[in-house]
Write a protein that binds this ligand. Structure first.
Ligand code: R5P
Length: 234
């Protein structure tokens, strides 16, 4: 199988496996990105077959997709607790530390993850890494603060780059109207320390390090689907 379609098949297999964690009556957090979108499509099929759930979306794209499939959408005014959320990741590192935000949705994704009883990652096995940071860390920043935050991030050893919109229209603007800085580094050795340093910079809205949030990851590859727990990743 060509590499691209093998990766696509793995994403689909992980998304399919995740359906077992959704129970009738659940409020389900809907992640963002290509793997989470596959899960939303499969969930939509279940809803058409009669499964009664409600979704809380982590991005406008995911909400639009869910609505188009007939998945009822709710929000935090009605439900402050999400039973289970299924989302993708850009990197899955030691103790299930994550980098997310490659699709630009990290802020709402982290809000959804913070309100979950169970936060479950779906990914193909290319996302597993021994150390975070080969994937540039996305950081969401208030527009007027970008030059200040950029300088502070450089002091921390990052090389930030303002993300551009794919349609060539200029800077990528998040669902909340902010700028994303994609920050390359030589590797994130201590994610907790790095997260604290980034969080202390005024003007940073949120960063793409998700630490201690995921209960498990459903990982698929050529060898099939397996579940990985934080304690499995040293
Ligand atoms: O902002 C996007 C999200 O964090 C995605 O979940 C992440 O980028 C993984 O996306 P994909 O499943 O397309 O690799």
């Amino acid at each position: 199988m060509p590499e691209a379609s093998a990766q696509q098949a793995a994403k689909l297999a992980a998304a399919q496996h995740a359906l077992r964690y959704v129970e009738p009556g659940n409020v389900v957090g809907l992640g963002s990105g290509s793997t989470a979108s596959l899960f939303i499509q499969l969930l939509g099929e279940r809803v058409k077959q009669g499964l009664r759930i409600q979704g809380i979306a982590s991005s406008q794209d995911s909400e639009n997709l869910a609505r188009s499939l007939g998945i009822p959408i709710t929000d935090f005014t009605k439900h402050q607790v999400i039973d289970v959320a299924i989302d993708g990741a850009d990197e899955i590192g030691p103790a299930m530390s994550l980098i997310k935000g490659g699709g630009g949705k990290l802020l709402r994704e982290k809000i959804v993850a913070s309100a979950c009883k169970r936060f479950i990652i779906v990914a193909d096995d290319t996302k597993l890494v021994a150390q975070l940071g080969a994937f540039p860390l996305p950081i969401e920043v208030i527009p007027m603060a970008v030059p200040l935050v950029d300088a502070r991030l450089r002091d921390l050893g990052f090389t930030p780059k303002i993300r551009q919109a794919k349609d060539g229209s200029g800077n990528y603007i998040t669902d909340e109207g902010n700028i994303l800085l994609d920050c390359t580094s030589s590797g994130i050795v201590d994610p907790e320390e790095t997260a604290a340093e980034i969080r202390s910079i005024i003007g940073v809205v949120e960063h793409g390090l998700f630490l201690g949030m995921a209960e498990r990851a459903i990982i698929a590859g050529e060898d099939g689907v397996r579940e990985v727990m934080p304690s499995d990743l040293s």
